[in-house]
Write a protein that binds this ligand. Structure first.
Ligand code: IMP
Ligand code: MG
Length: 177
């Protein structure tokens, strides 16, 4: 497939504003508690880097990452998932927020959610920068959503196509040409 960078869907400025709001929301929701952020690599790393700094310094924050794959280099969901890098910390009894770049079919999230639930997290919430309308596999509400976007393949701000474009400062559509 031949691709080209398309229109800017979400600007740097809009992302910054929204991430600040979500950070404030998390700070209110977790006042007086410790929160453990679990970033799903690699796509969430930029969102997570901004989000963690938008959380009040009064809230103790723990951080770890997991890497799972369900996509390969294709732009459709394969339906299988594989843990490539697991957490290094125990999440038993912790209040966890799973941090995702984008929820599409919801399959990745469903698997991660069930894994963390089985490991005894006390509470589990989800923060995702983007949500696509195809989210059917994961049937719980998403707690913190940056933006709902149309069913287009997007790149930038950590999101890739075949490992490229993660460095874009905004979210752009990837066009087929
Ligand atoms: P899901 O399992 O279908 O919800 O897919 C989730 C994962 O697929 C995300 O964590 C992304 O890594 C990837 N993904 C889904 N849609 C897009 C997109 O439009 N651009 C880049 N990556 C995407
Ligand atoms: Mg990805």
């Amino acid at each position: 497939m031949k691709t080209a960078l398309g229109a800017v869907l979400i600007s740097e400025e809009d992302i910054r504003r929204r991430v600040t709001e979500i950070g404030r929301q998390i700070s209110n929701d977790f006042a007086g508690r410790t929160v453990t952020l679990v970033g799903i690599l690699k796509g969430s790393f930029i969102f997570l880097a901004d989000l963690i700094r938008a959380i009040s310094p009064e809230i103790p924050v723990e951080l770890d990452f997991m890497s799972v794959s369900s996509y390969g280099d294709a732009t459709t969901t394969s339906g299988t998932i594989h843990i490539e890098k697991d957490l290094g910390i125990s999440i038993e009894g912790k209040d966890v927020i799973i941090v995702e770049d984008i929820v599409d079919s919801g399959l990745t999230l469903l698997h991660v959610y069930n894994i963390l639930l089985a490991r005894g997290a006390r509470s589990l919430r989800v923060a995702t920068l983007l949500e696509k309308p195809g989210n059917s596999k994961y049937d719980r509400p998403l707690d913190y959503i940056g933006f709902k976007i149309p069913n287009k393949f997007v790149v930038g701000f950590g999101l890739d196509y075949a490992q490229h474009y993660r460095n874009l400062p905004n979210i752009r559509v990837l066009d087929e040409i």
